[in-house]
Design a protein around this ligand. Structure first.
Ligand SMILES: [Zn+2]
Ligand SMILES: [Zn+2]
Length: 246
């Protein structure tokens, strides 16, 4: 049970409890507007912002209006690039959160359908879901990135890329602290990836520190390219999202 501290609003807790209760009664409803009997309604789908609709960094796809790469890119020493069909906004965030925290499993194929054009089967030598630490996976019951991969019908041998160390949530940390927090968290246990063109799949890329660290491990195993692919990509200047316990 969560204890409320004085001065902290109880509304987020009450809202979350209400959402869970409604989820039990009506498991199929749009996470953005609450419409029943659809995992995601057409009106909300139309309010997703396609990546192509806003200026982006040519390398890491963060929303960015400058001419060259965005400042985030300086921290990416292992990634070959980031791609996502949608901007991280209120609507895409509601899908990501509902899949991850409210077990809205019918959303996985909905999200995968939009990822499919940039991650068609056969376009990479290997695709790895960004792993969760085994304790978090047990707690949640699944890894949302694995669900997306399954929905895409892409085979990936399990437990090759693993999260060997539990990390703190990345929000509220300065960029250097983020890199330190995630450094050494992943391990690869599998055959050599010499010369391989590899993709990492996750639901969302925000700071990119996690996927860059995964990419470093895969590059150490010989991968020549490691692209991160996600359902949504945060804008460069987006504030840290405390609601994502990644
Ligand atoms: Zn809706
Ligand atoms: Zn960039």
């Amino acid at each position: 049970m969560r204890i409320l501290r004085p001065g902290i609003s109880p509304w987020p807790v009450i809202t979350a409890a209400w959402d869970r209760a409604v989820d039990l009664l009506y498991p199929l409803r749009c996470p953005a507007c609450g419409e029943f009997e659809t995992p995601f309604c057409d009106a909300c789908e139309a309010r997703l912002i396609e990546s192509a609709a806003v200026p982006r960094c040519p390398f890491c796809s963060a929303g960015w209006e400058g001419e060259d790469n965005c400042p985030l890119c300086f921290g990416f020493d292992a990634l070959s690039g980031v791609q996502a069909p949608f901007e991280y906004n209120r609507i895409s965030r509601s899908l990501i959160r509902a899949l991850k925290y409210r077990n809205a499993l019918p959303l996985a194929p909905v999200m995968a359908r939009h990822i499919q054009p940039i991650l068609a089967p056969g376009s990479y030598d290997a695709v790895f879901p960004v792993p969760l630490h085994r304790s978090r996976r047990r707690e949640r019951g699944f890894n949302q990135a694995e669900l997306l991969l399954e929905a895409l019908a892409i085979e990936s041998p399990p437990d090759r890329l693993i999260r060997a160390r539990k990390t703190r949530a990345q929000y509220g940390l300065a960029p250097t602290e983020r890199s330190r927090n995630i450094s050494g968290a992943f391990r690869y246990e599998g055959p050599s990836l010499l010369g391989a063109n590899v993709a990492l799949l996750d639901d969302v890329v925000t700071t990119g520190a996690t996927v860059n660290e995964c990419a470093r491990v895969l590059r150490d195993m010989g991968a020549s390219n490691v692209n991160a692919i996600a359902f949504a990509r945060a804008t460069y200047s987006a504030p840290a999202d405390k609601s994502l316990n990644i």
